[in-house]
Design a protein around this ligand. Structure first.
Ligand SMILES: Nc1ncnc2c1ncn2[C@@H]1O[C@H](COP(=O)(O)OP(=O)(O)OP(=O)(O)O)[C@@H](O)[C@H]1O
Length: 213
């Protein structure tokens, strides 16, 4: 069996004196898709932000490729892609400019490849339009184009299906499944009814956590 990319051991998180989770342990293996589930406010976004290294409001241990994450932070950050529940798109910039910005500091990539990624998300003809003139779903698609040019082995995706139409949802389902088939690991949250074969479930409920191992 392959080694885990990410291991969480006895994670604990409290917000405003309310415990969101404790003794939360799980492993994220290559070639897997994991869905984090739970009611509104159960801590899904909080957990993804902790896993992405964007929140310090936790206790416990996180290992990246078997090493304490804090010791290999740079390597971890190079190898993880996080898309938050807001599209993170700059409204004054065009889709192409936004995609260039989302790729900043990563693998250099020419405009031709980025334009093709935008076209695959249905944004052909909108490459140069300021994003503030795009619909909510189109803005979300700009962020999703980032996935099409991603080679990071771990994707952490918070509510990326929001505002996406039915054909877009099906395309993302396929993309995540393909990603896992290529050996990548995907952890995602959604309130949508999403079907991805073989998806593991990590369920956050107050006082208890379920995980398919
Ligand atoms: N920065 C913060 N400071 C204080 N409390 C916070 C902070 N961020 C989140 N919380 C609290 O933590 C709890 C969990 O929030 P979180 O956004 O992780 O839930 P969620 O499961 O993603 O919810 P939803 O399904 O509604 O998106 C909420 O009660 C929220 O108020």
């Amino acid at each position: 069996m392959s080694e885990p990319l990410l291991q969480a051991i006895n994670l604990q998180c409290e917000r405003d004196k309310r415990e969101l989770f404790r003794d939360l342990s799980f492993s994220i293996l290559p070639a897997t898709v994991t869905r984090v589930e739970g009611a509104n406010g159960s801590g899904k976004t909080t957990l993804l932000r902790i896993l992405a290294g964007l929140s310090d409001a936790w206790a416990g241990h996180l290992l990246w490729c078997g090493e304490p994450r804090s010791r290999v932070r740079e390597s971890f950050l190079r190898n993880v892609l996080y898309l938050g529940h807001r599209p993170g798109i700059k409204p004054l910039l065009s889709p192409l400019e936004n995609l260039r910005a989302l790729m900043a500091g990563r693998r250099p990539m020419g405009d031709k490849v980025l334009t093709q990624a935008l076209a695959r998300t249905g944004l052909e003809g909108y490459e140069q339009v300021p994003c503030r003139h795009l619909s909510a779903g189109q803005q979300r698609r700009v962020a999703l184009a980032r996935l099409l040019v991603a080679d990071e082995p771990l994707w952490l995706l918070d509510e990326v299906f929001t505002a996406i139409d039915a054909s877009g949802v099906a395309a993302i389902e396929n993309l995540l499944q393909e990603r896992a088939a290529e050996g990548g690991a995907v952890v995602f949250t959604t309130h949508h009814n999403v079907q991805i074969a073989g998806t593991k479930r990590l369920v956050l409920t107050p006082g208890a956590v379920g995980y398919d191992d």
